[in-house]
Design a protein around this ligand. Structure first.
Ligand code: KMH
Ligand code: ZN
Length: 272
């Protein structure tokens, strides 16, 4: 089994400071949070940009500052979001990819998202995939429901995306696939050959699915984008606190945690 890659999803587009007072919002806060998470065992940070007042944005300049603030503090892999927030145009969502970050997310289909619809037209998905290939950006395929994994396999078979792919099972969004062991086991059984995978359990599903991934040879995503609690009724004090717990459990189970360079090797990312 490879070492465990921990992704810290630091900010997201939906969580507010009112809900989680420790949410990093500005590029500098995101840089500081990334460094704390790197020290705690994260090798990837998944980042979203916000305006100073907290509103989500895909502004290229803000992403550029985020990447700079993270990279001057630590050598974690920076994975930008192309999901952005519900309602954004495909064009604005794609903007940070032109900065040539090491990784970016690529959502593999349209899904109900709480009370909203997270639109991912096949035409836009293909544009995103092509742009990532052109800019040398490793995609992480976001799988919110099982049909999206079927789409990934179809793309691979048609040569629309290069293998081996790396996928993220995002489980527990209201409207999408449940955050249950059964859902994870099913998705794992459908992975294209050679694929690497991570799991982002939403809310209370974060810790149980993380533990399953440690055991099953997958990787783990934690952080405020997906879950703001340390345990029921108790807010986490930082993203790093969530990373630290997963790292400690993995080490206790004799599965060491990957450094950023080890994560680059596992994922086949060009060295920086
Ligand atoms: N904010 C969600 C609508 C991603 O980062 O690629 C989409 C999202 C996925 O967060
Ligand atoms: Zn995201």
């Amino acid at each position: 089994m490879e070492k465990l890659i921990i992704t810290a999803a630091l900010t997201g587009a939906e969580v507010t400071r009112e809900q989680q007072p420790a949410l990093p919002v500005t590029p500098e806060e995101i840089g500081i949070a990334a460094e704390e998470c790197a020290r705690a065992g994260a090798s990837i940070v998944h980042v979203h940009a916000r305006h100073p007042d907290g509103r989500p944005t895909q502004d290229r300049e803000i992403y550029r500052r985020i990447i700079a603030e993270v990279s001057r503090r630590c050598d974690v892999i920076v994975q930008v979001s192309t999901g952005g927030a519900v309602g954004m145009s495909a064009e604005e969502r794609l903007a940070p990819v032109t900065l040539k970050p090491e990784m970016a997310t690529l959502s593999m289909g349209t899904v109900n998202f709480g009370g909203d619809v997270f639109m991912n037209h096949p035409r836009d998905m293909e544009t995103f995939a092509r742009a990532m290939a052109e800019h040398g950006v490793k995609p992480e395929l976001e799988i919110f429901d099982s049909g999206m994994l079927t789409t990934a396999s179809r793309w691979l078979a048609r040569g629309m995306i290069a293998g081996p792919v790396h996928v993220d099972f995002v489980l527990g969004i209201p409207g999408a696939m449940a955050g249950t062991p059964e859902a994870l086991m099913y998705l794992k059984s459908q992975l294209p050959s050679g694929a690497t995978w991570t799991v982002a359990g939403i809310g209370a599903a974060q810790l149980p699915l993380a533990l399953m991934a440690i055991v099953l040879g997958g990787h783990v995503r934690v952080g405020f984008e997906d879950n703001i609690y340390y345990r029921k009724g108790e807010l986490a004090v930082s993203n790093a606190q969530l990373v630290e717990r997963v790292a400690a459990i993995s080490r206790a189970m004799d599965r060491p945690v990957a450094t950023p360079d080890e994560a680059r090797r596992i994922l086949g990312i060009r060295a920086i």
